[in-house]
Design a binder for this molecule. Sequence first.
Ligand code: 4H6
Length: 226
Amino acid sequence: MQFNVLTLFPEMFMSLQESIIGKATEKGIIDINLINIRDFSKNKHKKVDDTPYGGGAGMVMMPDVVYDAYNSIIAKSKCNEKIRTIYMSPQGKKLDQKKVEDLAKQNHLIILCGHYEGIDQRVLDKIVDEEVSIGDYVLTGGEIPAMVLIDSVSRYVEGVLNKESIKEESFSNGLLEYPQYTRPEVFEGKKVPDILLSGNHQNIDKWRKQKSLEITKSKRPDLLLK
Ligand code: 4H6
């Protein structure tokens, strides 16, 4: 799966190369194509923003620069299929596991990261298919939300994780995860629950399902109502 990211801060995405996503990009399962919007500035000072019409604080990213950066992706894309363009914004629809699974069906995505006070509305109207938010809080830029989206979607791409981890995880069954234990058998006087050492997998499954329910009921009762 290919993620094309339009950003003023491509270096921020280097952290994605650590751990599992990094392994997947090495294997070629995932391709993160970073496009520096600043490279498309026509200005000799590489200016990408200007003051807002109508006045007000801060700066707005210029539509032509963003449009040229976007078109550089379209020009290079070999397939004729339409590529979904997502704008990371606090005004977007909240990202949840359902949306993540839906996005994972795409072969290509374009993710637009805004900065300053945002981007001129006219280019957004032209290129953006959907606005996505990672939660109800404001950040200085769309890069961290874009990384959250890439990480969560990549987990569903064939070959990134083993299938078991996806099936067993939180939310896939609508419940939170049961508690996990590993060696040592006794830690600070606390023993691992006996049932997990019993070797009886039917009982272990039952116990875990029960724990999942209990934990969901106490920590996230809203999930049970859904
Ligand atoms: C688009 C428009 C996403 C992007 C405005 C982005 C939070 C989220 C941004 C802005 C983001 C999220 C610029 C508005 C800075 C506030 C970048 N913040 N902002 N919740 N910020 O997914 O000022």
